[in-house]
Design a protein around this ligand. Structure first.
Ligand SMILES: [Zn+2]
Length: 251
């Protein structure tokens, strides 16, 4: 968990992705379609109610699949079968990669395209934290909450929502109440060692690391180490990051 993906290439490609993802948060056609997903019996002014509904609405895509054809690939130790995973790289932010699974017993294949288009995700209702945070952010924005996406450059992403004048942590993949306003959860329970945690709206990137750590001094030391290695990013200051983000054209 200690290695961060915060290098120039990763930053640039994530900025390109989030600029395109969050620009959909301004698209009224998309937001109108997303709003219709929320059932009438959900309290739309309650984040608790929305989080509980969304957790049941979405399906989690496991990293280890069971073969849909011969049923092998369960966690049974006697089971020799497993689904081998390969990644196919796409040429658009809409599906930057597809996970291709092949059963080593029967040869059956399954495809999991990693959609970043909101309406594609709302059709499949399937994914991991990326798909969940993209769609849940859209749900919130469609209900006239102000929300954005947060990326930790380790292995997770979630949302923030503006509430009572402050940005509040919201993670639709977690169980309520941890899913709401528990910003230190990942550091405490998952042992995360942050370098940069950034939030994205359509027009702005913000360094929100301090909200998620209770050990800011260690974050600063890690940033210092990053600067001193060649693998680190040259994009050190938040104004550099903001300039880069603003320069990106959506496609
Ligand atoms: Zn099989």
């Amino acid at each position: 968990m200690s290695s961060s993906n915060f290098n120039d290439n990763a930053v640039k490609s994530s900025f390109f992705l989030y600029k395109n993802v969050t620009s959909q948060y301004n698209d009224s056609k998309t937001l109108n379609a997303v709003r219709k997903l929320v059932p009438d019996d959900t309290q739309k002014d309650s984040l608790e109610s929305l989080l509980k509904w969304f957790k049941g609405f979405m399906h989690w895509m496991p990293a280890n699949l069971v073969c849909g054809n011969c049923n092998s690939g369960t966690n049974n130790a006697k089971d020799a079968g497993f689904m081998q995973r390969k990644i196919e790289i796409g040429d658009s932010w809409k599906i930057p990669k597809t996970e291709v699974y092949t059963c080593n017993l029967c040869g059956a294949m399954q495809y999991f395209p990693r959609h970043n288009e909101i309406l594609k995700i709302s059709n499949s209702r399937t994914g991991r934290c990326g798909e969940w945070s993209i769609l849940f952010g859209a749900v919130l924005n469609s209900l006239s909450y102000q929300s954005r996406i947060v990326q930790d450059y380790l292995d997770h992403c979630w949302n923030e929502v503006m509430s009572d004048g402050r940005w509040v942590h919201v993670d639709s993949t977690l169980d309520y109440p941890i899913s709401l306003d528990h910003p230190h959860y990942y550091e405490k329970s998952w042992g995360k060692k942050y370098l940069y945690v950034l939030s994205f709206s359509s027009y702005r990137v913000e360094d929100v690391t301090q909200r998620y750590t209770q050990d800011w001094q260690s974050v600063l030391l890690r940033r210092q180490d990053l600067k001193e290695t060649e693998s680190g990013t040259q994009l050190g200051s938040i104004s550099d990051l903001q300039d880069l983000y603003c320069s990106i054209k959506i496609s």
